[in-house]
Design a protein around this ligand. Structure first.
Ligand code: IMP
Ligand code: MG
Length: 180
């Protein structure tokens, strides 16, 4: 795995610091609210597991799985719900937990979908943000780190379902995904 990484973008320590900061901020902002964390599978599962433990107020969790990428590195624009939330969100202050905000197509679909179920509020927390890649105007309310327009893997993020278990985040060598 390691030999496929061109460079490390966020070390374990840097990620841990960002997660701690986001957890503290959310704990402060939602102390009088009805917090529901919605993790977008599978990419955000590692982030979710760490973020929820950095949150010091009561919260509930739920999961949703959508696909937009298939196996490539560029977004298809087509979003499909593969797994829906278990419980109604009406009355909850929803924070969507995402691994990376890229074109924004996935999140804008998820936002409008959840919005239609009458939550009390809805915000976005993304560990990584690629602001230069946006195709729809959408911004996260909580951002761990901004990253350049490069394909990154690790800490939940995959290429072809691989590299999710790398404990840090790195840029994948282009020859890995440019292979014929
Ligand atoms: P968007 O719809 O283009 O914003 O894409 C969001 C989803 O695409 C993320 O939740 C990731 O699963 C995936 N994605 C976007 N950029 C990357 C990347 O650099 N590495 C791995 N997955 C990515
Ligand atoms: Mg993915």
């Amino acid at each position: 795995m390691e030999q496929d990484i061109k460079k490390v973008l966020a070390s374990e320590e840097e990620i841990a610091q960002a997660v701690k900061r986001l957890g503290a901020q959310i704990s402060e902002d939602y102390k009088d609210k009805n917090l529901l964390l919605v993790s977008v599978l599978k990419g955000s599962v590692v982030f979710m597991a760490d973020l929820m433990r950095a949150i010091t107020i009561p919260c509930q969790i739920d999961f949703m799985s959508v696909s937009s990428y298939g196996s490539g590195v560029k977004t298809s624009g087509v979003v499909k719900i593969l797994l829906d939330l278990n419980n109604p969100v009406a009355g909850y202050d929803v924070v969507i937990v995402e691994d990376i905000l890229d074109s924004g197509l996935t999140l804008s679909y998820i936002i409008s979908n959840i919005q239609s179920r009458s939550p009390a509020s809805i915000k976005i927390c993304t560990l990584f943000d690629k602001p230069s890649c946006r195709q729809v105007p959408i911004e996260a309310d909580y951002v761990g780190m901004k990253v350049p327009d490069e394909f990154v893997v690790g800490y939940g993020l995959d290429y072809n379902e691989k590299y999710r278990n790398l404990p840090y985040v790195g840029v994948l060598k282009p020859e890995i995904y440019e292979k014929p």
